[in-house]
Design a protein around this ligand. Structure first.
Ligand SMILES: CC(C)(COP(=O)(O)OP(=O)(O)OC[C@H]1O[C@@H](n2cnc3c(N)ncnc32)[C@H](O)[C@@H]1OP(=O)(O)O)[C@@H](O)C(=O)NCCC(=O)NCCS
Length: 191
C-alpha cells in the first residue's frame, strides 16, 4: 500500500480492499452527505462492489492521480479522502480536487492542509496547469476551503437533476487556480 504524500498531520495513502467499513461509516453520515446526495443512508454493497473498485482502478489508469485515504498521523485514524484526478473528458493537466472527511474531524484545517499539499504536488510533479474544484453553491464549508487554498470562483452554473436535493436551486460553483496564480501566491508569512 503506497503512501502518496505526507503533511504535518496527515498521511495520504492508497485505498485497499480493507477500507470498505471506513467508507461505509463516512458515507452513512447524513451530515457528510448533505450536499452530495441529501443525506441518504449508505449502501455497503454499492461501496464494496462499485465505489472502492473504482478507486483502486484509478491507480492503474492514472499513475499519480486518484482517491487517497487521509490518515491522521498521531492516531492512525481514517479521516476520509481526497480525490485528485482528471475528470472524464478533461486533460491530465487539468485535474479536479475534492475532499470528504468524517464529521468529527471538521474544523481543524485538515481539508485545507491536504488540499494545499495536493496543489503543490500537482503543479510541481504532475504538470498540472490548472486545478479546479466544484460543489453546491450552498456548501459554504467546501467553498471556504477552496478560497483558503487560493482558488477563485470561476462560475456558477445549473445542472438538471431528476431528484434535486435541497439547495440545488442555488446552483453549483466551480473554483480554480492556475499554475501562474499558484506560482504568484503570497508566501506563508504574508498570508
Ligand atoms: C468540506 C469539508 C471537507 C471541510 O473540511 P474541514 O477539514 O473542516 O475544512 P477546514 O477546517 O480546512 O476549513 C473549513 C473552513 O470552512 C469554514 N466553514 C465550515 N462550515 C462553514 C459554514 N457552514 N459556513 C461558512 N464557513 C464554514 C470553517 O470555519 C473553515 O474556515 P476558517 O478556517 O476560515 O474558519 C468537510 O466539511 C466535509 O467533508 N464535508 C462533507 C463532504 C463535502 O461536502 N465535501 C465537499 C463536496 S464537493
Amino acid at each position: 500500500m503506497r503512501v502518496f504524500l505526507e503533511t504535518e498531520r496527515l498521511l495520504l495513502r492508497q485505498f485497499t480492499d480493507a477500507d470498505v467499513d471506513h467508507l461505509f461509516a463516512l458515507y452513512d453520515d447524513p451530515e457528510v452527505m448533505r450536499y452530495l446526495n441529501g443525506g441518504e443512508p449508505a449502501d455497503r454493497a454499492e461501496i464494496e462492489n462499485h465505489d472502492l473498485p473504482a478507486f483502486l482502478g484509478y491507480y492503474e489508469r492514472f499513475p499519480g492521480y486518484g482517491f487517497w485515504a487521509a490518515i491522521e498521523k498521531t492516531s492512525g485514524d481514517f479521516l476520509g479522502w481526497f480525490h485528485f484526478r482528471p475528470l472524464r473528458g478533461h486533460h491530465t493537466d487539468d485535474p479536479e480536487l475534492g475532499y470528504r472527511l468524517n464529521r468529527s474531524s471538521w474544523g481543524n484545517g485538515y481539508a485545507t492542509e491536504g488540499s494545499l499539499a495536493l496543489l503543490e504536488k500537482g503543479f510541481t510533479e504532475f504538470g498540472a496547469r490548472r486545478i479546479w474544484a466544484a460543489t453546491m453553491a450552498v456548501n459554504r464549508g467546501s467553498r471556504r476551503v477552496m478560497e483558503k487554498i487560493g482558488m477563485r470562483h470561476v462560475r456558477t452554473y445549473h445542472e438538471h437533476f431528476d431528484n434535486p436535493i435541497p439547495g440545488t436551486e442555488e446552483g453549483e460553483v466551480e473554483y480554480a487556480i492556475t499554475l501562474t496564480e499558484w506560482l504568484a501566491r503570497p508566501s506563508p508569512a504574508s498570508r
